[in-house]
Design a protein around this ligand. Sequence first.
Ligand code: CA
Length: 641
Amino acid sequence: MSGSLDQVYKGNDLGAVYTKERTTFRVWIPTAEEVELRIYPDGVDSEPLEVLAMKPDAEGTWLAEKTGDCQKLFYTYHILQNGVWTETIDVYAKAAGVNGKRGMVVDLRSTDPAGFSEDAYQNPDSVTDLVVYEVSVRDFSADDSSGIRQKGQFLGMVESGTHNATGEKTGMDYVKELGITHVQLMPVYDFGSVDESKPLENQYNWGYDPINYNLPEGSYASDAYDGSVRIRQMKEMIQTFHENGIGVIMDVVYNHTYSGPDSCLHKTIPFYYHRTDETGFTDGSGCGNEIASERSMVRKMIIDSLCYWVQEYHIDGFRFDLMAVLDQETMREAKTALKKIRPDVVLYGEGWTGGPSALPENRRSLKAYMKMLPQIGAFSDDCRDVIRGDVFVAEGIGFAGGAPELEELVRFAVVGATEHPEVTEGLYSDESWAAAPGQSVNYVSCHDNFSLWDKLAVSLPDLTVDERKAVNRLAAAMVFMCQGMPFLLSGEEMLRSKVDPVTGQPVENSFNVSVEINSMKWNLVHENADIVEYYRGLIAFRKAHQALRMTKTEQIQKYLRFSEVKEQKVVAYKIEAGKVGDTAERLFVIFNANKKKVQVPLPDQGTWKAYIDGTHAGTEALYEVQGSAEVLPVSALVLIQ
Ligand code: CA
Protein backbone atom coordinates (compact mmCIF):
# COMPACT_ATOMS: atom_id res chain seq x y z
CA MET A 1 0.00 0.00 0.00
CA SER A 2 1.12 3.51 -0.63
CA GLY A 3 -0.77 6.68 0.26
CA SER A 4 -0.66 10.39 -0.27
CA LEU A 5 1.53 12.88 1.57
CA ASP A 6 -1.58 15.07 1.87
CA GLN A 7 -2.80 12.78 4.64
CA VAL A 8 -2.42 14.49 7.99
CA TYR A 9 -2.17 12.58 11.24
CA LYS A 10 -3.40 14.71 14.14
CA GLY A 11 -2.74 12.37 17.06
CA ASN A 12 -0.21 12.98 19.81
CA ASP A 13 1.17 9.44 19.95
CA LEU A 14 3.82 9.46 17.23
CA GLY A 15 7.02 7.69 18.27
CA ALA A 16 7.36 5.16 21.06
CA VAL A 17 4.77 5.49 23.81
CA TYR A 18 5.81 3.60 26.90
CA THR A 19 3.86 1.92 29.65
CA LYS A 20 5.14 -0.84 31.90
CA GLU A 21 2.79 -3.32 30.22
CA ARG A 22 3.41 -2.41 26.58
CA THR A 23 5.01 0.09 24.24
CA THR A 24 3.31 1.26 21.05
CA PHE A 25 5.24 2.56 18.07
CA ARG A 26 3.60 4.83 15.52
CA VAL A 27 5.28 6.44 12.52
CA TRP A 28 3.81 8.56 9.71
CA ILE A 29 4.96 7.27 6.29
CA PRO A 30 2.05 7.34 3.81
CA THR A 31 4.44 6.52 0.96
CA ALA A 32 5.78 3.27 2.46
CA GLU A 33 4.99 -0.13 0.99
CA GLU A 34 6.14 -1.99 4.11
CA VAL A 35 7.53 -0.94 7.47
CA GLU A 36 9.28 -3.12 10.06
CA LEU A 37 10.08 -2.32 13.66
CA ARG A 38 13.52 -3.57 14.62
CA ILE A 39 14.25 -4.08 18.31
CA TYR A 40 17.87 -4.08 19.53
CA PRO A 41 19.65 -4.68 22.85
CA ASP A 42 21.93 -1.64 22.38
CA GLY A 43 22.21 1.59 20.43
CA VAL A 44 25.39 0.70 18.59
CA ASP A 45 25.84 -2.27 16.25
CA SER A 46 24.13 -5.38 17.67
CA GLU A 47 21.88 -7.63 15.58
CA PRO A 48 18.11 -7.21 16.10
CA LEU A 49 16.54 -9.13 18.96
CA GLU A 50 13.27 -9.07 17.12
CA VAL A 51 11.64 -7.70 13.97
CA LEU A 52 7.94 -6.81 14.03
CA ALA A 53 5.90 -6.05 10.92
CA MET A 54 4.13 -2.72 11.39
CA LYS A 55 0.51 -2.45 10.30
CA PRO A 56 -0.93 0.39 8.23
CA ASP A 57 -3.15 2.53 10.43
CA ALA A 58 -4.90 5.91 10.45
CA GLU A 59 -3.87 8.72 8.08
CA GLY A 60 -0.72 7.25 6.64
CA THR A 61 0.69 6.00 9.93
CA TRP A 62 2.09 2.55 10.69
CA LEU A 63 1.60 0.92 14.05
CA ALA A 64 3.24 -1.84 16.10
CA GLU A 65 2.89 -2.87 19.70
CA LYS A 66 5.30 -4.77 21.86
CA THR A 67 4.04 -6.18 25.13
CA GLY A 68 6.06 -6.28 28.32
CA ASP A 69 8.42 -3.68 29.82
CA CYS A 70 10.48 -2.33 26.91
CA GLN A 71 12.40 0.26 28.98
CA LYS A 72 15.88 0.73 27.50
CA LEU A 73 15.31 -1.44 24.45
CA PHE A 74 16.58 0.25 21.30
CA TYR A 75 14.67 0.43 18.03
CA THR A 76 14.70 1.60 14.42
CA TYR A 77 12.27 1.59 11.51
CA HIS A 78 13.09 -0.45 8.42
CA ILE A 79 11.14 1.06 5.55
CA LEU A 80 10.38 -0.14 2.01
CA GLN A 81 9.45 2.63 -0.40
CA ASN A 82 10.12 3.13 -4.10
CA GLY A 83 11.43 -0.44 -4.07
CA VAL A 84 14.27 0.37 -1.66
CA TRP A 85 14.71 -0.68 1.99
CA THR A 86 16.09 1.97 4.36
CA GLU A 87 16.75 1.80 8.10
CA THR A 88 16.45 4.89 10.27
CA ILE A 89 16.01 6.22 13.78
CA ASP A 90 12.51 7.49 14.60
CA VAL A 91 11.92 11.18 13.74
CA TYR A 92 10.06 11.32 17.08
CA ALA A 93 12.73 9.46 19.11
CA LYS A 94 12.75 10.78 22.69
CA ALA A 95 15.89 8.91 23.68
CA ALA A 96 18.77 7.37 21.76
CA GLY A 97 22.03 5.56 22.18
CA VAL A 98 25.45 6.98 21.39
CA ASN A 99 25.51 9.38 18.44
CA GLY A 100 21.74 9.16 18.03
CA LYS A 101 21.74 6.18 15.66
CA ARG A 102 18.96 4.14 17.25
CA GLY A 103 16.00 5.25 19.31
CA MET A 104 15.58 4.03 22.86
CA VAL A 105 12.35 3.24 24.65
CA VAL A 106 12.32 5.25 27.83
CA ASP A 107 10.08 5.52 30.84
CA LEU A 108 10.25 9.31 31.02
CA ARG A 109 9.09 9.37 34.64
CA SER A 110 12.21 7.44 35.58
CA THR A 111 14.31 10.31 34.17
CA ASP A 112 12.81 12.96 36.47
CA PRO A 113 15.15 14.17 39.20
CA ALA A 114 13.64 14.28 42.71
CA GLY A 115 11.15 17.12 43.00
CA PHE A 116 10.96 17.74 39.25
CA SER A 117 7.18 17.64 39.16
CA GLU A 118 7.12 20.57 41.61
CA ASP A 119 9.50 22.63 39.46
CA ALA A 120 7.44 25.62 38.30
CA TYR A 121 9.54 28.62 37.30
CA GLN A 122 7.57 31.61 36.00
CA ASN A 123 8.94 34.07 33.46
CA PRO A 124 8.65 37.77 34.37
CA ASP A 125 5.42 39.53 33.33
CA SER A 126 7.04 41.23 30.34
CA VAL A 127 9.85 40.07 28.07
CA THR A 128 11.33 43.56 28.49
CA ASP A 129 12.11 42.50 32.09
CA LEU A 130 14.48 39.79 30.85
CA VAL A 131 18.27 40.02 30.67
CA VAL A 132 19.42 37.11 28.53
CA TYR A 133 22.90 35.59 28.80
CA GLU A 134 23.94 33.32 25.92
CA VAL A 135 25.97 30.30 26.99
CA SER A 136 27.50 27.20 25.43
CA VAL A 137 27.44 24.23 27.80
CA ARG A 138 30.93 23.27 26.69
CA ASP A 139 32.46 26.76 26.85
CA PHE A 140 31.02 27.58 30.24
CA SER A 141 33.08 25.16 32.30
CA ALA A 142 35.72 23.65 30.00
CA ASP A 143 38.62 25.85 31.09
CA ASP A 144 40.50 24.96 34.29
CA SER A 145 39.97 28.51 35.52
CA SER A 146 36.27 27.68 36.02
CA GLY A 147 37.04 25.51 39.03
CA ILE A 148 34.09 23.43 37.85
CA ARG A 149 34.41 19.67 38.20
CA GLN A 150 31.99 18.38 35.56
CA LYS A 151 33.63 20.22 32.67
CA GLY A 152 31.67 20.65 29.48
CA GLN A 153 28.65 18.88 30.98
CA PHE A 154 25.04 19.78 31.67
CA LEU A 155 25.72 19.35 35.38
CA GLY A 156 28.80 21.58 35.19
CA MET A 157 26.44 24.44 34.36
CA VAL A 158 24.91 24.31 37.83
CA GLU A 159 27.75 23.38 40.17
CA SER A 160 27.71 25.67 43.15
CA GLY A 161 30.55 27.02 45.30
CA THR A 162 33.03 27.18 42.43
CA HIS A 163 35.88 29.74 42.22
CA ASN A 164 38.72 30.84 39.97
CA ALA A 165 42.35 30.88 41.15
CA THR A 166 41.96 34.32 42.73
CA GLY A 167 38.86 33.30 44.65
CA GLU A 168 36.10 35.03 42.67
CA LYS A 169 32.88 33.13 42.10
CA THR A 170 32.55 31.28 38.79
CA GLY A 171 29.83 29.35 36.97
CA MET A 172 26.24 29.52 38.14
CA ASP A 173 27.05 31.43 41.35
CA TYR A 174 28.73 34.14 39.30
CA VAL A 175 25.91 34.33 36.77
CA LYS A 176 23.38 34.64 39.55
CA GLU A 177 25.28 37.52 41.13
CA LEU A 178 25.61 39.28 37.77
CA GLY A 179 21.84 39.66 37.82
CA ILE A 180 20.88 38.15 34.49
CA THR A 181 17.42 36.61 34.45
CA HIS A 182 17.82 33.88 31.80
CA VAL A 183 20.50 31.74 30.27
CA GLN A 184 20.07 31.00 26.58
CA LEU A 185 21.70 27.65 25.91
CA MET A 186 23.39 27.20 22.56
CA PRO A 187 22.36 23.86 20.97
CA VAL A 188 21.60 21.18 23.54
CA TYR A 189 19.47 18.90 21.34
CA ASP A 190 21.31 15.95 19.75
CA PHE A 191 23.72 17.36 17.16
CA GLY A 192 25.94 15.47 14.76
CA SER A 193 29.27 17.25 14.55
CA VAL A 194 30.80 15.82 17.73
CA ASP A 195 31.48 12.06 17.91
CA GLU A 196 30.07 11.01 21.27
CA SER A 197 31.99 7.72 21.15
CA LYS A 198 35.39 9.42 21.01
CA PRO A 199 37.32 11.56 23.52
CA LEU A 200 36.29 15.20 23.32
CA GLU A 201 39.77 16.70 23.73
CA ASN A 202 40.33 17.15 20.02
CA GLN A 203 36.75 17.82 19.04
CA TYR A 204 34.77 21.01 19.20
CA ASN A 205 31.58 22.30 17.64
CA TRP A 206 28.84 24.68 18.71
CA GLY A 207 26.30 22.14 17.48
CA TYR A 208 24.19 24.04 14.96
CA ASP A 209 23.71 20.73 13.16
CA PRO A 210 20.72 18.80 14.47
CA ILE A 211 20.31 15.06 14.01
CA ASN A 212 17.53 14.38 16.54
CA TYR A 213 15.20 17.22 17.52
CA ASN A 214 13.65 15.65 20.61
CA LEU A 215 16.52 14.45 22.73
CA PRO A 216 19.59 16.02 24.38
CA GLU A 217 23.15 15.98 23.08
CA GLY A 218 25.10 12.99 24.40
CA SER A 219 28.51 14.66 24.74
CA TYR A 220 27.07 16.92 27.46
CA ALA A 221 26.14 13.91 29.62
CA SER A 222 28.32 11.64 31.74
CA ASP A 223 27.12 8.63 29.71
CA ALA A 224 26.19 8.93 26.03
CA TYR A 225 25.26 5.23 25.65
CA ASP A 226 22.38 4.96 28.10
CA GLY A 227 19.86 7.34 26.56
CA SER A 228 18.17 8.10 29.87
CA VAL A 229 21.28 9.66 31.47
CA ARG A 230 21.40 12.75 29.24
CA ILE A 231 17.68 13.32 29.77
CA ARG A 232 17.96 13.18 33.53
CA GLN A 233 21.06 15.39 33.64
CA MET A 234 19.59 18.04 31.38
CA LYS A 235 16.45 18.10 33.53
CA GLU A 236 18.57 18.39 36.65
CA MET A 237 20.40 21.35 35.12
CA ILE A 238 17.14 23.13 34.29
CA GLN A 239 15.66 22.37 37.69
CA THR A 240 18.73 23.77 39.47
CA PHE A 241 18.70 26.94 37.38
CA HIS A 242 15.06 27.35 38.29
CA GLU A 243 15.78 26.83 41.99
CA ASN A 244 18.27 29.68 41.65
CA GLY A 245 15.74 31.97 40.01
CA ILE A 246 17.20 31.68 36.52
CA GLY A 247 15.06 30.87 33.46
CA VAL A 248 16.28 28.62 30.64
CA ILE A 249 15.88 29.47 26.96
CA MET A 250 16.76 26.88 24.37
CA ASP A 251 18.39 27.63 21.02
CA VAL A 252 16.48 25.56 18.43
CA VAL A 253 17.60 24.87 14.89
CA TYR A 254 14.47 23.73 13.05
CA ASN A 255 15.77 25.35 9.85
CA HIS A 256 18.07 22.56 8.64
CA THR A 257 19.55 19.19 9.53
CA TYR A 258 23.23 18.20 9.84
CA SER A 259 23.01 16.27 6.59
CA GLY A 260 20.17 16.39 4.08
CA PRO A 261 20.39 12.88 2.57
CA ASP A 262 21.56 11.12 5.76
CA SER A 263 19.03 12.74 8.08
CA CYS A 264 16.33 10.59 9.69
CA LEU A 265 13.83 12.95 8.07
CA HIS A 266 14.98 12.22 4.55
CA LYS A 267 15.44 8.51 5.24
CA THR A 268 11.90 8.29 6.57
CA ILE A 269 10.32 10.07 3.59
CA PRO A 270 12.72 11.24 0.87
CA PHE A 271 12.33 14.91 -0.09
CA TYR A 272 9.34 15.53 2.17
CA TYR A 273 10.86 17.30 5.17
CA HIS A 274 13.30 19.47 3.20
CA ARG A 275 12.68 22.05 0.49
CA THR A 276 13.91 21.14 -2.94
CA ASP A 277 14.03 22.39 -6.50
CA GLU A 278 15.04 20.70 -9.77
CA THR A 279 18.67 20.60 -8.57
CA GLY A 280 17.84 18.85 -5.27
CA PHE A 281 18.07 20.31 -1.76
CA THR A 282 17.74 24.09 -1.59
CA ASP A 283 19.88 25.96 0.90
CA GLY A 284 18.08 28.73 2.78
CA SER A 285 20.19 27.92 5.84
CA GLY A 286 23.58 28.20 4.17
CA CYS A 287 24.29 24.78 5.69
CA GLY A 288 23.36 22.58 2.70
CA ASN A 289 19.61 22.13 3.16
CA GLU A 290 16.51 23.76 4.63
CA ILE A 291 13.44 22.41 6.38
CA ALA A 292 10.06 22.69 4.59
CA SER A 293 8.21 24.05 7.64
CA GLU A 294 5.16 24.98 5.52
CA ARG A 295 4.22 21.30 4.90
CA SER A 296 1.58 20.00 7.29
CA MET A 297 3.46 17.16 8.93
CA VAL A 298 6.74 19.11 9.06
CA ARG A 299 4.94 21.96 10.81
CA LYS A 300 3.42 19.43 13.18
CA MET A 301 6.83 17.92 13.87
CA ILE A 302 8.26 21.34 14.81
CA ILE A 303 5.31 22.30 17.00
CA ASP A 304 5.18 18.88 18.70
CA SER A 305 8.90 19.19 19.40
CA LEU A 306 8.61 22.68 20.94
CA CYS A 307 5.69 21.62 23.13
CA TYR A 308 7.58 18.52 24.20
CA TRP A 309 10.60 20.52 25.43
CA VAL A 310 8.31 22.77 27.46
CA GLN A 311 6.21 19.99 28.95
CA GLU A 312 8.86 17.34 29.52
CA TYR A 313 11.94 19.51 30.29
CA HIS A 314 10.33 22.75 31.61
CA ILE A 315 12.10 24.94 29.04
CA ASP A 316 10.98 28.58 29.49
CA GLY A 317 11.51 29.95 26.00
CA PHE A 318 13.06 29.46 22.60
CA ARG A 319 15.55 31.27 20.41
CA PHE A 320 14.93 30.29 16.78
CA ASP A 321 18.05 29.97 14.70
CA LEU A 322 17.54 31.45 11.18
CA MET A 323 13.87 31.97 11.99
CA ALA A 324 13.15 33.41 8.54
CA VAL A 325 13.70 29.96 7.01
CA LEU A 326 10.50 29.03 8.86
CA ASP A 327 7.22 30.29 7.42
CA GLN A 328 5.11 32.78 9.38
CA GLU A 329 2.16 30.42 9.72
CA THR A 330 4.34 27.85 11.48
CA MET A 331 5.61 30.51 13.90
CA ARG A 332 2.08 31.71 14.63
CA GLU A 333 0.74 28.20 15.18
CA ALA A 334 3.74 27.33 17.33
CA LYS A 335 3.10 30.38 19.49
CA THR A 336 -0.58 29.49 19.89
CA ALA A 337 0.21 25.89 20.83
CA LEU A 338 2.97 26.87 23.26
CA LYS A 339 0.93 29.63 24.93
CA LYS A 340 -1.77 27.08 25.70
CA ILE A 341 0.77 25.18 27.77
CA ARG A 342 2.84 28.12 29.02
CA PRO A 343 1.16 31.53 28.59
CA ASP A 344 4.46 33.11 29.69
CA VAL A 345 6.67 31.34 27.13
CA VAL A 346 9.38 33.56 25.59
CA LEU A 347 9.89 33.41 21.81
CA TYR A 348 12.38 35.22 19.59
CA GLY A 349 14.77 34.45 16.79
CA GLU A 350 16.98 35.54 13.97
CA GLY A 351 14.80 37.38 11.48
CA TRP A 352 16.91 36.43 8.52
CA THR A 353 17.88 33.38 6.42
CA GLY A 354 21.36 31.97 5.89
CA GLY A 355 21.10 31.63 2.12
CA PRO A 356 18.69 31.80 -0.81
CA SER A 357 15.57 30.04 0.47
CA ALA A 358 13.00 28.31 -1.72
CA LEU A 359 10.30 29.76 0.56
CA PRO A 360 8.73 32.84 -1.04
CA GLU A 361 9.99 36.03 0.58
CA ASN A 362 6.56 37.13 1.80
CA ARG A 363 6.08 33.90 3.78
CA ARG A 364 9.39 34.06 5.64
CA SER A 365 9.53 35.04 9.33
CA LEU A 366 11.75 37.99 8.50
CA LYS A 367 12.52 40.86 10.87
CA ALA A 368 10.65 43.17 8.49
CA TYR A 369 7.45 41.13 9.07
CA MET A 370 7.60 41.02 12.86
CA LYS A 371 4.48 43.17 13.17
CA MET A 372 2.61 40.20 11.70
CA LEU A 373 4.17 37.94 14.35
CA PRO A 374 3.17 39.64 17.60
CA GLN A 375 4.73 38.33 20.81
CA ILE A 376 7.67 36.92 18.88
CA GLY A 377 10.93 38.87 19.01
CA ALA A 378 13.79 39.33 16.58
CA PHE A 379 17.45 40.16 17.04
CA SER A 380 17.98 43.82 16.23
CA ASP A 381 20.96 44.05 13.91
CA ASP A 382 19.92 47.71 13.65
CA CYS A 383 20.88 48.07 17.31
CA ARG A 384 23.94 45.83 17.19
CA ASP A 385 25.73 47.41 14.26
CA VAL A 386 24.82 51.04 14.91
CA ILE A 387 26.48 50.72 18.31
CA ARG A 388 29.42 48.38 17.70
CA GLY A 389 29.97 48.60 13.93
CA ASP A 390 29.25 46.37 10.96
CA VAL A 391 29.73 42.71 11.87
CA PHE A 392 30.61 41.86 8.29
CA VAL A 393 33.30 44.53 7.97
CA ALA A 394 36.07 43.92 10.50
CA GLU A 395 37.19 47.56 10.52
CA GLY A 396 33.64 48.91 10.68
CA ILE A 397 33.03 51.10 13.71
CA GLY A 398 29.75 52.17 15.27
CA PHE A 399 28.46 55.09 17.31
CA ALA A 400 30.24 53.97 20.49
CA GLY A 401 33.53 53.85 18.61
CA GLY A 402 33.08 57.42 17.39
CA ALA A 403 31.60 56.95 13.91
CA PRO A 404 29.87 60.18 12.79
CA GLU A 405 26.31 60.77 11.61
CA LEU A 406 24.70 57.84 13.39
CA GLU A 407 22.70 59.88 15.92
CA GLU A 408 19.38 59.47 14.08
CA LEU A 409 19.93 55.74 13.68
CA VAL A 410 20.78 55.32 17.37
CA ARG A 411 17.34 56.73 18.16
CA PHE A 412 15.81 53.77 16.31
CA ALA A 413 17.61 51.39 18.68
CA VAL A 414 16.64 53.44 21.75
CA VAL A 415 12.92 53.06 20.99
CA GLY A 416 13.30 49.31 20.38
CA ALA A 417 12.53 49.50 16.65
CA THR A 418 8.99 50.68 17.41
CA GLU A 419 7.17 53.51 15.66
CA HIS A 420 8.03 56.87 17.22
CA PRO A 421 7.33 60.47 16.13
CA GLU A 422 11.00 61.48 16.51
CA VAL A 423 12.49 58.49 14.72
CA THR A 424 12.62 57.88 10.99
CA GLU A 425 14.73 54.84 10.19
CA GLY A 426 17.15 52.26 11.50
CA LEU A 427 20.56 51.27 10.23
CA TYR A 428 19.10 48.48 8.09
CA SER A 429 15.40 49.33 8.28
CA ASP A 430 13.42 51.98 6.39
CA GLU A 431 10.74 51.92 9.05
CA SER A 432 9.88 50.51 12.46
CA TRP A 433 9.44 46.74 12.55
CA ALA A 434 8.47 46.03 16.17
CA ALA A 435 4.80 46.31 17.12
CA ALA A 436 5.85 46.37 20.77
CA PRO A 437 9.26 47.01 22.35
CA GLY A 438 9.46 43.42 23.60
CA GLN A 439 9.93 42.30 20.00
CA SER A 440 13.33 43.96 19.76
CA VAL A 441 16.23 41.87 21.08
CA ASN A 442 18.97 44.43 21.72
CA TYR A 443 22.60 43.34 21.77
CA VAL A 444 26.19 44.02 20.75
CA SER A 445 27.56 40.48 21.08
CA CYS A 446 26.43 36.92 20.48
CA HIS A 447 28.20 33.65 19.62
CA ASP A 448 28.50 34.66 15.96
CA ASN A 449 31.25 36.98 14.74
CA PHE A 450 33.91 38.64 16.91
CA SER A 451 33.32 38.97 20.63
CA LEU A 452 32.67 42.63 21.47
CA TRP A 453 36.13 43.08 22.95
CA ASP A 454 37.80 41.50 19.89
CA LYS A 455 35.67 43.62 17.55
CA LEU A 456 36.81 46.79 19.33
CA ALA A 457 40.45 45.66 19.13
CA VAL A 458 40.18 44.96 15.41
CA SER A 459 38.21 48.07 14.48
CA LEU A 460 39.90 50.55 16.83
CA PRO A 461 43.56 49.47 16.75
CA ASP A 462 44.90 52.96 17.53
CA LEU A 463 43.09 53.21 20.85
CA THR A 464 44.75 52.30 24.13
CA VAL A 465 43.26 49.44 26.13
CA ASP A 466 41.75 51.94 28.57
CA GLU A 467 40.17 53.90 25.71
CA ARG A 468 38.70 50.71 24.31
CA LYS A 469 37.29 49.82 27.71
CA ALA A 470 35.49 53.17 27.68
CA VAL A 471 34.00 52.33 24.26
CA ASN A 472 32.93 48.94 25.63
CA ARG A 473 31.26 50.52 28.67
CA LEU A 474 29.44 53.04 26.48
CA ALA A 475 28.26 50.26 24.13
CA ALA A 476 26.98 48.23 27.08
CA ALA A 477 25.24 51.19 28.69
CA MET A 478 23.49 51.89 25.38
CA VAL A 479 22.15 48.32 25.10
CA PHE A 480 20.79 48.38 28.65
CA MET A 481 19.21 51.83 28.20
CA CYS A 482 17.36 50.78 25.01
CA GLN A 483 13.70 49.78 25.11
CA GLY A 484 13.27 46.07 24.34
CA MET A 485 14.96 42.93 25.62
CA PRO A 486 18.71 43.10 26.38
CA PHE A 487 20.90 40.18 25.41
CA LEU A 488 24.61 39.47 25.74
CA LEU A 489 27.09 36.74 24.98
CA SER A 490 28.36 35.17 28.21
CA GLY A 491 31.62 36.85 29.15
CA GLU A 492 31.04 40.09 27.26
CA GLU A 493 31.05 41.69 30.70
CA MET A 494 34.54 40.32 31.48
CA LEU A 495 35.93 41.31 28.06
CA ARG A 496 35.83 37.79 26.70
CA SER A 497 38.13 37.24 23.76
CA LYS A 498 38.46 34.43 21.21
CA VAL A 499 42.12 34.81 20.30
CA ASP A 500 43.90 31.94 18.57
CA PRO A 501 47.00 31.23 20.71
CA VAL A 502 48.98 30.21 17.60
CA THR A 503 48.31 33.23 15.37
CA GLY A 504 47.58 35.71 18.16
CA GLN A 505 44.58 36.87 16.12
CA PRO A 506 40.95 36.89 17.26
CA VAL A 507 38.77 34.29 15.55
CA GLU A 508 35.61 35.58 13.94
CA ASN A 509 33.65 32.41 13.19
CA SER A 510 34.80 30.02 15.90
CA PHE A 511 32.09 27.34 15.58
CA ASN A 512 34.53 24.47 15.04
CA VAL A 513 37.89 25.71 16.30
CA SER A 514 39.38 24.48 19.57
CA VAL A 515 37.70 24.61 22.94
CA GLU A 516 40.76 26.56 24.13
CA ILE A 517 39.76 29.43 21.85
CA ASN A 518 36.05 29.28 22.64
CA SER A 519 35.95 28.55 26.35
CA MET A 520 35.24 31.18 28.99
CA LYS A 521 38.36 32.23 30.88
CA TRP A 522 37.28 32.85 34.44
CA ASN A 523 40.48 34.62 35.47
CA LEU A 524 39.02 37.55 33.50
CA VAL A 525 36.49 38.06 36.30
CA HIS A 526 39.48 39.14 38.36
CA GLU A 527 41.45 40.96 35.66
CA ASN A 528 38.47 42.99 34.48
CA ALA A 529 36.62 43.25 37.77
CA ASP A 530 35.83 46.91 37.12
CA ILE A 531 34.03 46.10 33.85
CA VAL A 532 32.13 43.20 35.43
CA GLU A 533 31.05 45.56 38.20
CA TYR A 534 29.91 48.12 35.64
CA TYR A 535 27.71 45.55 33.86
CA ARG A 536 26.33 44.36 37.18
CA GLY A 537 25.41 47.97 37.93
CA LEU A 538 23.76 48.47 34.52
CA ILE A 539 21.65 45.35 35.03
CA ALA A 540 20.65 46.36 38.55
CA PHE A 541 19.73 49.88 37.39
CA ARG A 542 17.65 48.52 34.52
CA LYS A 543 15.82 46.15 36.85
CA ALA A 544 15.09 49.05 39.21
CA HIS A 545 13.50 51.23 36.52
CA GLN A 546 10.28 50.38 34.78
CA ALA A 547 10.90 53.34 32.44
CA LEU A 548 13.61 51.31 30.70
CA ARG A 549 11.30 48.32 30.39
CA MET A 550 8.18 49.83 28.90
CA THR A 551 5.78 47.24 27.52
CA LYS A 552 3.78 49.27 25.00
CA THR A 553 4.75 51.28 21.96
CA GLU A 554 2.26 54.01 22.94
CA GLN A 555 4.10 54.53 26.25
CA ILE A 556 7.37 55.12 24.44
CA GLN A 557 5.69 57.45 21.95
CA LYS A 558 4.16 59.49 24.77
CA TYR A 559 6.82 59.51 27.46
CA LEU A 560 10.19 59.24 25.73
CA ARG A 561 11.47 62.45 24.11
CA PHE A 562 14.81 63.08 22.47
CA SER A 563 16.68 66.30 23.13
CA GLU A 564 18.08 68.40 20.32
CA VAL A 565 21.78 68.54 21.14
CA LYS A 566 24.17 70.93 19.36
CA GLU A 567 27.16 68.61 19.58
CA GLN A 568 27.56 65.83 17.09
CA LYS A 569 28.02 62.21 18.25
CA VAL A 570 25.67 62.83 21.17
CA VAL A 571 22.23 61.32 21.74
CA ALA A 572 20.10 62.40 24.70
CA TYR A 573 16.56 61.60 25.76
CA LYS A 574 14.21 62.07 28.64
CA ILE A 575 11.62 59.59 29.90
CA GLU A 576 8.64 60.68 32.01
CA ALA A 577 9.33 57.70 34.22
CA GLY A 578 6.64 58.35 36.81
CA LYS A 579 4.00 58.00 34.11
CA VAL A 580 4.82 54.31 33.59
CA GLY A 581 4.98 53.31 37.24
CA ASP A 582 8.68 53.97 37.82
CA THR A 583 9.89 55.01 41.27
CA ALA A 584 11.65 57.98 39.63
CA GLU A 585 9.78 60.98 38.22
CA ARG A 586 12.11 61.44 35.25
CA LEU A 587 15.11 59.79 33.64
CA PHE A 588 17.58 61.65 31.45
CA VAL A 589 20.03 59.61 29.40
CA ILE A 590 23.00 60.99 27.46
CA PHE A 591 25.40 59.07 25.23
CA ASN A 592 28.56 60.97 24.30
CA ALA A 593 30.80 59.26 21.73
CA ASN A 594 33.15 62.24 21.37
CA LYS A 595 36.74 62.04 22.52
CA LYS A 596 36.06 65.27 24.41
CA LYS A 597 33.67 66.07 27.20
CA VAL A 598 30.43 67.84 26.29
CA GLN A 599 28.06 70.06 28.20
CA VAL A 600 24.38 69.13 27.80
CA PRO A 601 21.58 71.33 29.20
CA LEU A 602 19.20 69.44 31.45
CA PRO A 603 15.55 69.36 30.38
CA ASP A 604 14.04 70.31 33.73
CA GLN A 605 14.86 72.67 36.60
CA GLY A 606 16.04 71.36 39.92
CA THR A 607 18.52 68.77 41.06
CA TRP A 608 19.30 65.60 39.13
CA LYS A 609 21.13 62.63 40.57
CA ALA A 610 23.62 60.66 38.49
CA TYR A 611 23.45 56.87 38.73
CA ILE A 612 25.46 55.85 35.69
CA ASP A 613 28.49 57.59 34.22
CA GLY A 614 31.56 56.54 32.27
CA THR A 615 33.01 54.39 35.00
CA HIS A 616 30.26 53.61 37.51
CA ALA A 617 26.78 52.17 37.29
CA GLY A 618 24.32 51.02 39.91
CA THR A 619 21.38 51.83 42.11
CA GLU A 620 23.25 54.24 44.41
CA ALA A 621 23.41 57.93 43.45
CA LEU A 622 26.93 59.04 42.47
CA TYR A 623 26.55 62.81 42.59
CA GLU A 624 24.12 65.65 41.87
CA VAL A 625 23.93 68.12 39.00
CA GLN A 626 21.81 71.16 38.15
CA GLY A 627 21.23 73.23 35.03
CA SER A 628 23.48 71.35 32.69
CA ALA A 629 25.49 68.14 32.83
CA GLU A 630 29.10 67.61 31.90
CA VAL A 631 29.43 64.30 30.08
CA LEU A 632 32.94 62.86 30.02
CA PRO A 633 34.55 61.69 26.75
CA VAL A 634 33.19 58.37 25.38
CA SER A 635 30.65 57.76 28.12
CA ALA A 636 27.03 57.48 29.09
CA LEU A 637 25.44 59.60 31.76
CA VAL A 638 22.12 58.60 33.28
CA LEU A 639 20.35 61.00 35.63
CA ILE A 640 17.24 60.71 37.74
CA GLN A 641 14.89 63.31 39.12
CA1 CA B 1 25.18 14.04 19.24
